[in-house]
Write a protein that binds this ligand. Structure first.
Ligand code: GDP
Ligand code: MG
Length: 696
């Protein structure tokens, strides 16, 4: 039995999913956290599978995640839809509910956040709402695990009733209310009195009925409800025309019905349907919801927002907060923890090394373990604390609801370069890792904004580059470490902006879709979700350290330890690796880093950015804590800057390129982005190094 969780963004779907399945999916006080559907077994009932779908506001989708969610419902035919709505914001949430009702799939309404409604002194007449909507309504609080068991029971009941009915009837949807008529389970409980008409008479009513009658057979063949198909047709949805394989004649008749309706109703088709739904929602709410005018949380949020989204204060505050986060991460906490871990790793290395020596192990194996694995993986591992600390702060900012404000404030600025405030979300995630950032572009409502955002996210310096920055700034800019680090981030952003401006001037025209992201109320960050995010990042990082980077260091150790005839080399300059590196290194001479070891590390960096440092450490046969000293012989401060800018801008790692390919549905486009980035990186470093050398 399959339950589909459907609802607006931020309505608590993932929280409920976690409660139901006992899993730990990420929850965020931020629209667009869930971009992929997740499945899980229900803890209390192993026969039931629940699917957490990305949030949607309507079944007339704009963004690709909305399309995914709708197609899931239409194609996978879940046994029951659990429509979860934010009870503190019923009117807006019910819009989707009405559209779902038209699909005539068994459905249960979960009124979430009832704890907040209660705290604010509001009440909702659940029974009456259930009568009005014709479906079971269950009040719950996903966060407090209240009403969840009741919800499961009701859902199973709803699904079963329909399932049995299905045997009698060929079409799932219709069977459902035929069953109701036939004194089925529901009737006994009076859960489903009848299918609800949102308006009883008038032009819209006539139009919907006329169209649904006409297309009934098409709908039956396509396995969707006629009612749903009719409203989609009236709203002019292209995909439904394809799905129904509808005849030209019927389309003309439909168009005729709509024109008559528009004339009689004096409203265009979309407004007419929206008006019908909102009028119905208003009526339902008037009879069932007693609300305290403004919730406490809301009043508090508005007060806080007076400061944080203030016209003049918003951006300086944001910059200030980000600087503080960076300073704490790179200057104080993260660095301290990293140093501790690096010390522990080097102690362990010494310990293992003496053990191996005492055992008298083969020299090549000894070299593999100590120079290859320990130097390579160990070097990368010591940066784990910095990444975790950074994400600790970022997840607090996100969980409180502040990040949503930032996106809102940034909307105006981003609009100037042809993007929308929503593009800010993926870009921000890009500072962590480009892969989820590119996936997060699915929340963007327009293909145009989406492509542009995918193109720009790689300019946001990902956390895998932190080890590179940390080592180099420690070697060359000890006093200004945080400053150089921030400058690099800013440089990436500036290049992103420049690219956006250029595309905006030259690329396809069209305006970004208006900003519709909702500002959630400020909430205290939940300890669990902060820890979860930190763990997720740490896990990603560890996984990479022990897979990609592990393999990369072994490959590099191998290439470095043997010559073309597979003899162990005595002079590193004779190794296989040196030969490859030397072939490429002339390319980098004009940029100031022509040493073969450097060009080799850049190649290794394509597998994962951390591998740049692990490779340098393997190639120079120094552990990472001493690497800073060794770098002095390979770089001058100027060429170090040139190198840092190059690593900042040149191609993303393989994983991100694959993600781009998937999201753009084109290998050629992904490759083009890679080439573009490499060219930009090369030119930028060239300019820096050449002007720098000319001046100093
Ligand atoms: P999704 O976008 O629909 O998956 O929503 P999430 O599950 O990510 O939740 C959005 C926010 O609402 C998070 O900050 C949750 O902690 C919060 N939340 C979820 N359920 C409840 C609830 O029952 N009561 C309260 N007060 N907050 C909740
Ligand atoms: Mg979610």
């Amino acid at each position: 039995m399959i339950f589909a969780l459907v609802g607006n963004q931020n309505s608590g779907k993932t929280t409920l999913f976690n409660q139901l399945t006992g899993s730990n999916q990420r929850v965020g006080n931020f629209p667009g956290v869930t971009v992929e559907q997740k499945m899980g077994e229900i803890k209390t009932n192993k026969n039931c599978t629940v699917v957490d779908l990305p949030g949607i506001y309507s079944l007339r989708p704009f963004s690709s995640e909305e399309i995914d969610t709708r197609d899931f419902i239409l194609n996978e035919k879940p046994d029951v839809i659990i429509n979860i709505i934010d009870a503190t914001n019923i009117e807006r949430n019910l819009y989707l509910t009405l559209q779902l009702l038209e699909m005539e799939i068994p459905m249960v309404l979960a009124l979430n956040m009832m704890d907040e409604v209660r705290n604010n002194g509001g009440t909702i007449d659940v029974k009456k709402m259930s009568e009005k909507l014709g479906i079971p309504v269950v009040p719950i609080s996903a966060a407090k695990n209240e009403g969840v068991d009741e919800l499961v029971k009701t859902s199973i009941y709803a699904a079963k009733g329909c399932h049995r009915a299905n045997k009698k009837s060929i079409y799932a949807a219709k069977g459902c209310h035929r069953a109701n008529k036939n004194k089925h389970l529901y009737n006994k409980k009076k859960i489903y009195p009848k299918i609800i008409d949102f308006c009883d008479s008038g032009p819209v009513h006539r139009c919907i009925h006329a169209v649904s009658h006409m297309i009934e057979d098409y709908a039956e063949n396509a396995g969707v409800s006629a009612r749903f198909a009719a409203t989609m047709l009236i709203e002019g949805d292209e995909s439904i025309i394809k799905r129904l394989k509808i005849d030209e004649n019927e389309l003309i008749t439909t168009e005729h019905c709509i024109i008559v309706m528009e004339a009689e109703h004096m409203m265009d088709r979309n407004s007419a349907l929206a008006d019908m739904r909102y009028t119905f929602i208003e009526k339902v709410c008037a009879e069932t919801v007693t609300k305290i005018p403004e919730s406490k949380e809301h009043i508090r949020s508005v007060r806080i927002d007076r400061v944080f989204t203030n016209k003049y204060l918003a951006i300086p505050l944001f910059i200030g907060i980000m600087l503080a986060v960076f300073w704490l991460t790179f200057g104080v906490i993260g660095t301290f923890l990293s140093d501790m871990l690096a010390m522990a790793i080097s102690e362990l290395t010494v310990f293992v090394e003496s053990g191996l020596e005492a055992y008298g192990i083969n020299r090549v194996v000894h070299s593999l373990i100590i120079d290859g694995i320990f130097a390579g993986v160990g070097s990368v591992l010591s940066f784990l604390p910095i990444i975790v600390t950074l994400f600790f702060f970022l997840s607090i900012l996100e969980d409180t609801g502040y990040m949503a404000r930032v996106a809102f404030v940034m909307d105006k600025l981003l609009r100037k370069i042809g993007l929308s405030g929503r593009s800010f979300v993926p870009m921000l995630i890009g500072f962590g890792c480009t892969v989820p950032a590119i996936m997060a572009t699915r929340t963007l409502p327009s293909e145009r904004d989406r492509k542009r955002t995918i193109l720009l996210t790689p300019f946001m310096s990902c956390s895998a580059k932190i080890p590179i920055y940390a080592v180099f700034t420690a070697a060359f800019f000890t006093e200004y470490q945080a400053l150089v680090m921030i400058s690099l981030y800013v440089t990436g952003i500036i290049f992103g902006i420049l690219t956006a401006v250029i595309i905006n001037k030259t690329g396809s025209k069209g305006k970004p879709v208006p900003f519709v992201m909702e500002l959630p109320n400020y909430r205290l960050p939940s300890f669990k979700s902060v820890v979860l995010l930190m763990w997720e990042r740490a896990r990603d990082f560890l996984q990479r350290a022990f897979t990609v980077i592990f393999v990369a260091t072994i490959v590099i150790w191998f290439l470095q330890s043997f010559d073309p005839k597979l003899n162990v080399v005595t002079d590193p300059a004779d190794s296989l690796l040196a030969i490859i590196g030397k072939t490429l290194s002339p390319l980098f001479v004009p940029l100031g880093f022509g040493d073969w070891r450097v060009s080799t590390s850049l190649i290794a960096g394509i597998s994962a950015k951390e591998a740049v440092i692990s490779t340098l450490s393997v190639l120079t046969a120094t552990s990472v804590d001493k690497l800073s000293a060794t770098l002095g012989s390979l770089f001058t401060p100027l060429s170090a800057i040139s190198f840092l800018v190059f690593t900042l801008l040149y191609t993303t790692c393989i994983a991100a390129v694959t993600a781009m390919k998937r999201e753009l549905k084109s290998a050629a486009k992904a490759l083009l982005i890679v080439i573009m980035q490499c060219v930009i990186a090369y030119v930028a470093s060239l300019v820096i190094y050449q002007t720098g050398s000319a001046i100093f």
